[in-house]
Unconditional design. Structure first.
Lengths: 253, 314
């Protein structure tokens, strides 16, 4: 195992994060504040409580998940796409580095970035609402698993994308709608009949539900099912990455 | 005679064929041994297969059939050990522009699994006249400096073999000479250098051996000095006043050829011979009563030979 290579990639990716620190941190913080203003204050004034939890606090896990998903995807996909775009990718693939080491470097950095931002958002949220985390270990587990899985998905998108349009296609057209329809701002039980069934097919629902359970002890689906779903998704992404590694798809001509 | 002949090959390419998914046959049955410590120039026109050959050796291109070993390690099955020995300077300038020179060189060393050694990197940067730019972002460097940063990156992990893919393409004359000096220094340090180029003078200037490649095939690989001597001949063409039916017996000692329906005589001679024989030939022609209307001499240069070879395969 070439750990020095993993560390080099990780460090160089993190350096990019720190180069654009204000953009990396200020942007999600502003978004979070806006969500609190719009959903927490405007809508929360009418909803008051969801499943016994003040609405402002209820949306915090969903907001954090929303950011973790988006940040993991964009950081990892951009991380590997950018060297392809500027041509420096030759260096990665001509170095004595296995694909696993490349993935560890890029995905590790992307997950670190998104998890750091998650912590910042939770801290920001604490200014607006009273937050208690009932199961902190589970909260961390859900965050790490989600950050890793979506960083892996982002990495796959970055390998697949041939241009910037494709790079943004899946996050824009698939992931964002899934997050909004995944119960970030409401409980699935608030939806009308048939939608309660439809929403069960949305994988993001399981992530948000599990993470919300670790905060408040209430969930749309049993926590074991949430854990199973995220583990399955992680395994699926790992499987695709293993296949890319094996076949050299979009990597070697 | 040639020291390279006694050295074991550091790179051994056997029956290498590469066909891309599109069906394009980039390399056909290429075999080539590259000796440790030599500079070999692969000379060929655009699309000849030079970059594919480098890509296959460095792991960027999948091999369709055949094999390549670097330092005895198969580039596909023992890629880690093989790649550790190789430094690659690509044709296009590809650098992360917001990174500083020192950081990007340090990154490459780490990528190749080498322990940090800033003193060694300083030595490389100094030798490439980049030390005073170590904290400069790559985007702020001139084109020549960017190329030298690529070389510094390729050397950062102390490779035994350095691939330079058209290092002077689109580079001005001054910088080209500078690059040549850098390559000579590398050779002096024992690095094997494989250089691709479509500039003949570059191959002539730099290489110990020259390989001519066209349409995915290696047409010849020869010691540069031998190649130059076999091609260092000139042809003197004499336009005759009156046509001849055959070369007169009195001139049989000369290497003469009748051309243009008997209107010209072609005399082939070695430019580096002590005597070219031209003066004596002209005097003998006069004695044989042959009048010369005009004459011209033309070098059979490496460039011509190269073009002939390449055209033959077209």
């Amino acid at each position: 195992m070439n750990w020095r290579a993993v560390w080099s990639i990780y460090r160089s990716e993190m350096a990019r994060f720190f180069r654009t620190l204000s953009q990396s941190i200020i942007s999600p913080v502003i978004s979070t504040v806006l969500y609190f203003v719009v959903f927490g204050a405007a809508i929360g004034g009418r909803i008051d409580q969801v499943e016994g939890i003040p609405y402002g606090a209820f949306i915090v896990p969903g907001l954090v998940m929303l950011t973790v998903l988006q940040q993991s995807l964009s950081n990892a996909s951009f991380g590997i796409y950018f060297p392809k775009f500027v041509g420096t990718v030759y260096e990665l693939f001509s170095a004595p580095v296995s694909f696993l080491e490349i993935v560890l470097g890029f995905v590790g950095a992307a997950a670190t970035k998104s998890l750091s931002i998650a912590v910042i958002i939770i801290a920001t949220a604490a200014f607006f609402v009273d937050l208690t985390i009932l199961h902190p270990v589970w909260a961390i587990a859900f965050l790490v698993l989600t950050g890793l899985s979506f960083s892996l998905l982002g990495f796959i998108i970055g390998i697949w994308a041939k241009n910037f349009e494709q790079l943004n296609l899946i996050p824009m057209l698939v992931v964002t709608p899934l997050v909004f329809l995944g119960g970030a701002f409401y409980s699935a039980s608030m939806l009308p009949g048939v939608w309660q069934v439809v929403v069960k097919f949305n994988p993001v629902l399981y992530l948000i539900s599990g993470f919300r359970w670790s905060f408040f002890g209430v969930a749309d689906v049993p926590v074991a099912v949430s854990l199973g779903a995220i583990s399955l998704f992680l395994a699926l992404c790992l499987g695709v990455i293993w296949w890319i590694f094996k076949t050299g798809w979009r990597l070697r001509s | 005679m040639r020291k390279a002949a006694f050295m074991s090959p550091i790179i051994s390419i056997k029956n290498l064929t590469k066909t891309y998914d599109s069906g394009h046959n980039a390399l056909s049955d290429v075999s080539l041994d590259i000796n440790a410590g030599e500079i070999i120039a692969l000379l060929g026109p655009n699309g000849a297969g030079k970059t594919t050959l480098i890509g296959a050796t460095c792991g960027l291109v999948r091999i369709s059939s055949g094999s390549i070993t670097v330092g005895g390690f198969d580039v596909e099955r023992q890629s880690r050990q093989a790649r550790q020995m190789i430094g690659l300077v690509p044709q296009e300038i590809a650098l992360e522009m917001w990174t500083t020179v020192f950081d990007t060189v340090r990154f490459t060393r780490g990528l190749f699994g080498r322990a940090p050694d800033d003193a060694y990197l300083e030595k490389i940067l100094r030798s490439l006249s980049l030390w005073d730019k170590k904290d400069t972002k790559c985007m702020e460097l001139s084109g020549g400096m960017k190329r030298r940063v690529l070389i510094a990156k390729a050397l950062s992990h102390q490779p035994k073999v350095l691939f330079l893919d058209e290092p002077t393409a689109g580079v001005d004359v001054g910088l080209r000479r500078e690059m040549w000096d850098v390559v000579r220094d590398l050779k002096a340090e024992g690095v094997t250098v494989i250089l691709t180029t479509h500039y003949i003078e570059e191959a002539e200037e730099m290489a110990d051996r020259i390989g001519v490649i066209a349409k995915g095939r290696i047409l010849l690989v020869q010691d540069k000095v031998e190649l130059m001597s076999s091609f260092g001949r000139k042809v003197l063409t004499l336009q005759l006043q009156d046509p001849l039916e055959q070369v007169p017996a009195a001139l049989a000692d000369y290497d003469l050829e009748l051309g243009a329906g008997g209107h010209s005589l072609r005399y082939s001679y070695d430019t580096r011979a002590e005597r070219t024989g031209i003066t004596r030939l002209i005097s003998d022609l006069a004695q044989a009563g042959i009048s010369v209307r005009d004459l011209e001499s033309k070098a059979s240069s490496l460039e011509e030979v190269f073009l002939e070879l390449v055209e033959e395969t077209a």
